[in-house]
Design a protein around this ligand. Structure first.
Ligand code: GRF
Length: 211
């Protein structure tokens, strides 16, 4: 049986929620969240930034602000399953050591195993660039265009044991224009992602959702 969601404690300005942001690439969503947190006193703060590679460009956003930031590459193990589990163990240890209370996946391109999800379920959120349940997986923009869709957007959801299948917390829509390329659509969706994700994290951090 799947585990139930256990949401984070309701935090306050005096005692903000300790957030880790996990990225794989350029981290424009991470940068937007950091700007949001720096612009006013908030009920959440980013205390840890992790990437699944030391080469992830987005790591610079944390380094430049003095936030604890690590690229954790996959360990050199032959067996793929063992490699993935050992990597998750390193990530889990870093999260526990930094006393993280909420994990924010922001362009993290690894599918987490059910055993990892189980340990963080309800305290693990993701943003996906489509209106789920439409177009889950790694090619949301391509799939939306191939489908002839006229609307797409983004979804923030709690992570469960499936792929892009957890409880939906919020969505934003954007139009698709007839001559859009994948990168046009990606850029248009990122703009709304950068507004929606911080709003959802605000609400999550003050106990504004129930499961
Ligand atoms: C975002 O569009 C997010 O929805 C998807 O990956 C992209 C990350 O972009 N999962 P960035 O690295 O934050 O620029």
């Amino acid at each position: 049986m799947d585990e139930a969601y256990l949401l984070p404690r309701p935090a306050s300005i005096e005692d903000p929620l300790r957030i880790a942001v996990l990225i794989s690439g350029g981290g424009s969503g991470l940068a937007a969240l950091l700007r949001y947190q720096a612009s006013e006193v908030r009920t959440h703060q980013t205390v840890l930034i992790l990437a699944d590679s030391e080469a992830a460009a987005g790591l610079e956003h944390g380094d430049s602000l003095g936030i604890e930031t690590h690229g954790i590459s996959l360990p050199a193990l032959k067996d793929k399953v063992q490699r993935r589990l050992a990597h998750e163990e390193l990530v889990h240890t870093a999260l526990v050591n930094a006393e993280v209370e909420l994990i924010v996946l922001s362009g993290y391109m690894r599918i987490l195993t059910p055993s990892f999800v189980k340990r963080w379920k309800g305290r693990l959120v993701n943003i996906h660039p489509s209106l789920l349940p439409k177009y889950p997986g790694a090619h949301a923009h391509r799939d939306a265009l191939a489908d002839g869709a006229t609307v797409s957007g983004c979804t923030v959801h709690l992570v469960d044991e499936g792929v892009d299948s957890g409880m939906i917390l919020a969505q934003s829509e954007v139009p698709i224009h007839p001559d859009d390329t994948e990168s046009d659509l990606q850029e248009r969706i990122k703009k709304v992602e950068h507004l929606l994700y911080p709003e959802v994290i605000d609400r999550l951090s003050i106990g504004g959702y129930s499961v």
